[in-house]
Design a protein around this ligand. Structure first.
Ligand code: 9MG
Length: 371
């Protein structure tokens, strides 16, 4: 039996250890392509950063300090800047576009327009011809409050569309949480697995994904689509999501999925309030510390209406483009969107402006009397 003094000593020690245990996170900031000394974010050709916010997290909270990019520890600088390998043959040195094809009767964003598989294939082909780099095919509605279809129904929705697109040379990503759908879609020609549950929904998902040899997108979600919007709470939404994704990367590596096959996604709209969503986008660059490409999916999501005039999903295109470009600035490599042509136009103009900035001679360091 422990004496009261021993118990108090032990709990004091635990508290002391907790207070003394610090975790460090580095959030790139000061984005610019034109300044000398700016470092490439995730190996990007166009997105660079000049400073980073060092977040020191302990039981007593988070302290922040601003460092110049040059002051970063070498292993942090390497993780934040090293070029990412191509994902399914797509270069990660420039932003890419993933078009969305929901083969569901009740999608929040397109109201089930593509429930018919012929229509889904035709629309996927049109997005591909317009210039999308990936077409994401999903058979489960992830609208808050929705129930998943049966496995048979999900297979019936997804597999013919994956086959129809892949057989015409389209790079298809399969949006599913189910191991059997991953396996069937891989056999039907899918090139990527996109799992909103980061391979946690089914125990076999990790090994099936590993054996498929395909790249995997690991997304953060709090809870299930059915319940995820019930009062979501975090200590620090960005750092909590970061820790979760770091754990999932570790689990994937232990299961035989190399970092070069992974892409991470903070899961905007999945178990987050509107304020959480914009904070995740504002501080998105911290996720480059995980060492793999980032996917951002904000297309037509409800927080856009909340920060604007309450528009319905199909009227949230301008807001989608604004947040997508905020993600491009922070170096997100893949952007999952419904409106492919509009997103490509926004990216083309973004790139033209950035390239013009890079071509200018670097500004001279100001002399003291100029300041
Ligand atoms: C399926 N799905 C719906 N929204 C998504 C998002 O933001 N990211 C990813 N990876 N998948 C999503």
């Amino acid at each position: 039996m422990q004496s009261r003094a021993q118990t108090l000593f032990r709990s004091g020690l635990r508290r002391y250890n907790r207070l003394m245990t610090q975790k460090l996170y580095y959030e790139p900031a000061g984005f610019t392509s034109a300044l000398p000394g700016a470092l490439p974010l995730g190996g990007s050709r166009t997105t660079r950063f000049t400073t980073a916010i060092c977040c020191r997290r302990s039981a007593s909270g988070v302290e922040r300090e601003i460092l110049s990019a040059e002051e970063l520890p070498s292993e942090v600088k390497a993780a934040l800047t090293k070029p990412r390998p191509d994902l399914a043959g797509v270069s990660m040195t420039r932003p890419s576009i993933m078009g969305i094809v929901n083969v569901t009767p009740d999608s929040f964003s397109d109201g089930g327009d593509r429930f018919d598989s012929g229509r889904a294939v035709a629309d996927g082909l049109a997005m591909w011809s317009a210039g999308a780099d990936f077409i994401d095919v999903g058979g489960e509605s992830t609208r808050p409050g929705s129930e998943p279809p049966t496995l048979e129904e999900e297979l019936r929705r997804v597999v013919p569309v994956v086959k129809g697109l892949a057989s015409q040379g389209v790079r298809v990503s399969v949006d599913t949480r189910r191991a059997a759908v991953m396996a069937e879609a891989a056999s039907a020609g899918a090139a990527i697995i996109n799992d909103i549950s980061a391979l946690t929904s089914e125990p076999e998902a990790l090994s099936v994904a590993a054996e498929s040899g395909l790249p995997v997108i690991l997304m953060h979600m709090r809870g299930e689509p059915r319940t995820m919007q019930v009062a979501p709470r975090y200590d620090d939404v960005v750092l909590d999501v970061y820790d979760y994704l770091a754990q999932r990367i570790e689990a994937c590596q232990e299961a035989g999925i190399a970092l070069s096959r992974l892409c991470v996604d903070p899961g905007v709209g999945f178990g987050k309030t509107a304020a959480h969503n914009v904070e995740l986008v504002a501080r998105l660059a911290v996720f480059h510390g995980l060492g793999c490409p980032l996917l951002l999916g904000v297309s037509r999501k409800s927080f856009i209406g909340k920060f604007s005039q309450g528009e319905s999903p199909k009227d949230r295109v301008a807001g989608t483009l604004a947040v997508t470009l905020a993600g491009v600035l922070r170096g997100a490599q893949i952007h999952r969107v419904h409106d492919v042509q509009e997103a490509l136009q926004a990216l083309a103009l973004w790139r033209a402006v950035e390239d013009a900035g890079m071509e200018r001679p670097a500004p001279a360091t100001p002399r003291a009397e100029d300041e």
